[in-house]
Ligand binder design. Structure first.
Ligand code: AMP
Length: 712
């Protein structure tokens, strides 16, 4: 933040009748341009006056605050008193960051990008860009107060600069983790694979934080434009077809994962952008020659919500509750927490998505129910069974598939449509990334239409060239064909549901209600399967796109309060360490209630051994290669002794958010060792350390439950 200490002569306070920023933007957009503002007043200040101004809404909240210079004036005309209101054109010299966001929004509306339409007043005109007003501005119905001319000092105002470049952001992101202030509201953020959503509790009620374009969700897409500009959300998605290699989507599947993890390897060649081996062997992306940490990619999206919230609430927001899938492993949770910090948010809590959805359904309802949360989003699926009683939300069992979501439904349809097209043109055309992206968008659109109607057409104009002639793709698709193509995917999700119920069988598993979460649950086939299974309609009161964010916001608001809620979660996938030969010894078992702590004993293997490495994995397989590598715990400062003499009591402690801490003490002496956990080994090193035979390969995808055997 640049601080300036310029002397200014006049402070002006302007009161408008608008109740909130939206209303202000609607009514006064025409008075504001990139360059400045027209302020109506009986006695305008002389040209050249530098002033501090503040536009206050009804109730005292500030809409725009900044420093400006009067660059033209108009006095009341004695001859024609009614036509042109007196006032002054004030060129912006500086604005605070909330005001910049408001001005940015106004500019978007004026450029026709936003859904909220500015309401032009009679004799519309505004100060043209760069503060050179030569048109007539419209009158603002301001009630103005001019403070006595006094010396005042400006502080904390930045130069007007609305756009943020990647480099600017990355620089600011290197700062220390933010400390949440008690005055800050806690926003709830559902960081989704396809779309993200945020909410905040205002006057006891959860409210969605709308995007700049007025939508309740924002695409989880980040791009780097040709000019090197950072684009987030709608803007990033809008240019995706033309700039696929610099547009990052689906990053939720990659964040916090080891590069060699089959989960990463599986999507590496399917995604249009470049996924690379980053520091510490984490998956990174490479955009325009720059290595980018996936935590930063998520941070761009989280920061967007922080700014939207600040704009909506007109106050600094630096605290959040962020949701993650229930089966997210320890590293992924940690990575999301760090992403929040990079975005300038202290993360009060990481909450599991199904638990958040359950909160949206049952918070303060005094329910005593068992519910099933069925969450089928863009890229992932999970199912959880929860018991709700009073203010307790207890997860009974949970399961999921991190590679089952709307995008897989799209893939099935793409294959079908391409097949039909090839038959139609009698050849297999060469398709570049742009063509594929256009087809993907058209297919997804058709898929969503088929949730509402029986048939539609997938249409991509000028899709390919055939015999040097541009050719459209136009393929009819009906609901029946679509359902036939995707039925195996829905069945796969139902197998996970079965396994989740099976796990809780001894506890009379039948749910009283089924809650649907995730955009893909809008598909009638999904609902039919659930109705058939549970003999009742899923709950309608919970919005599939918003429930998780709302639940996270409710939790954020409740944390630290007397009427807090109690969340009881379970570990979705076992955590353990690798054994010589490549076996996996689970330590913390799937289904353990969190927090969970287990202590076990290991011995040194060499004489005078000073340090020891434990390779930690998470997964359901008894072979480490099939599980996700979480990192290597190095236990050091071991007392020198002959081999096998020192017994180390190692404790794996998982907190209630599923974050792992490892500690070690020497059994005989109770001397504490130093432990660090770093993702420092690549697959070759893991094989070497654990002496895994060269012919052994992962038989299941890491983090992906096998197709026929859902992970619970
Ligand atoms: P989410 O991650 O919850 O935002 O879900 C996004 C997924 O839901 C995407 O794959 C969308 O194509 C899909 N989706 C959204 N709306 C519909 C709809 N009306 N019918 C079918 N799928 C939909």
């Amino acid at each position: 933040m640049k601080r300036q200490h310029t002397r200014v002569g006049v402070s002006i306070q302007v009161r408008v009748s608008s109740l909130d920023v939206d209303e202000f933007v609607k009514h006064f957009a025409t008075n504001i341009s990139r360059g400045g503002i027209f302020i109506q007043c009986i006695e305008p200040k002389p040209k050249g006056t530098v002033l501090l101004f503040e536009i206050q809404l009804k109730g005292g909240r500030v809409a725009i605050r900044g420093k400006g210079e009067v660059i033209w004036t108009r006095s009341r005309s004695e001859d024609e008193p009614s036509t042109k209101p007196p006032g002054m054109g004030v060129k912006f010299l500086a604005l605070d960051k909330f005001s910049k966001a408001v001005v940015k929004r106004i500019l978007e509306i004026k450029a026709g990008k936003d859904t909220i339409k500015a309401q032009p007043r009679p004799s519309v005109g505004s100060i043209p860009p760069q503060g050179k007003p030569d048109e007539e501005p419209v009158a603002m119905n301001f009630d103005i107060e001019v403070a006595p001319a006094e010396e005042s000092e400006e502080e904390e105002l930045d130069d007007i600069q609305v756009d943020v470049s990647v480099d600017d952001f990355l620089e600011s992101a290197e700062e220390d983790p933010p400390v949440g202030t008690s005055s800050s509201p806690v926003i709830g953020i559902d960081l989704g694979t396809t779309n993200s959503c945020a909410a905040v509790v205002i006057d006891g009620k959860p409210r969605i934080i709308p995007s700049h374009r007025g939508y309740n969700t924002t695409p989880s897409v980040v791009a780097y434009s040709e000019e090197g500009k950072l684009l987030v959300g709608h803007e990033a998605k809008a240019q995706m077809e033309l700039n696929p290699i610099n547009t990052i989507y689906g990053s939720k599947r990659l964040i916090g994962r080891h590069y060699s993890s089959p989960a990463v390897q599986q999507v590496k060649d399917r995604f249009h952008y470049k996924i690379v081996n980053g520091p510490n062997h984490e998956a990174y992306v490479e955009i325009r020659g720059q290595m980018l940490d996936l935590k930063k990619v998520s941070a761009f999206i989280l920061k967007e919500f922080k700014e939207l919230a600040e704009e909506m609430l007109r106050q600094e927001v630096n605290r959040a509750v962020i949701s993650v899938p229930a089966y997210y492993n320890e590293n992924q949770r940690q990575a999301v927490r760090e992403a929040g910090n990079l975005a300038g948010l202290a993360v009060d809590r990481i909450v599991n998505e199904p638990t958040a959805a359950a909160l949206a359904y049952g918070y303060k309802q005094g329910l005593e129910k068992r519910i099933l949360v069925y969450d089928l989003g863009g890229g992932t699926f999970d199912a959880s069974l929860l018991d709700l009683y009073e203010d307790v939300f207890e997860v009974i069992s949970t399961g999921g598939d991190s590679f089952l979501g709307g995008v897989d439904f799209d893939n099935q349809l793409i294959d079908h449509v391409l097949n039909e097209f090839c038959q139609e043109i009698g050849q297999v055309p060469e398709l570049n990334r742009v063509a594929m992206q256009r087809l993907r968008n058209a297919v997804e659109h058709a898929k969503c239409e088929l949730s509402e109607k029986e048939s539609t057409t997938v249409h991509v104009p000028f899709f390919v060239k055939v015999a040097d002639q541009p050719r459209d793709l136009k393929i009819d698709l009906n609901r029946e064909t679509q359902e036939m193509l995707v039925a195996p995917l829905v069945e796969r999700s139902m197998q996970v549901v079965e396994a989740v119920l099976e796990k809780a069988k001894e506890q009379a598993a039948k749910p009283d209600d089924v809650i649907l979460v995730g955009g893909q649950t809008r598909m009638p086939l999904v609902r039919r399967h659930l109705v058939q299974k549970f003999k009742k309609e899923p709950q309608k009161g919970v919005h599939p796109d918003e429930a998780v964010a709302i639940g996270a916001a409710l939790l954020g608001n409740a944390l630290g309060k007397i009427d807090n809620v109690l969340l009881i979660d379970v570990l979705a996938v076992s955590i353990g360490y690798g054994l010589p030969g490549g076996g996996f010894r689970p330590v913390l078992m799937a289904g353990n209630t969190l927090p969970s702590s287990v202590t076990f004993v290991i011995r040194t293997e060499q004489d005078q051994q000073k340090s020891l490495d434990l390779l930690v994995f998470q997964g359901d397989s008894d072979r480490v290669l099939n599980n996700e590598y979480l990192g290597t715990v190095t236990i050091s400062e071991i007392s020198p002794s002959p081999k096998g003499k020192v017994q180390l009591k190692v404790t794996f402690n998982l907190d209630r958010e599923g974050l792992l801490e490892v500690a070690s003490v020497e059994h005989q002496t109770e001397i504490e060792n130093t432990t660090t956990m770093v993702m420092k080994h690549d697959e070759a090193a893991i094989r070497e350390i654990l002496r895994i035979p060269g012919d052994e390969h992962a038989t299941e995808q890491i983090g992906i439950p096998p197709k026929q055997k859902p992970a619970v």
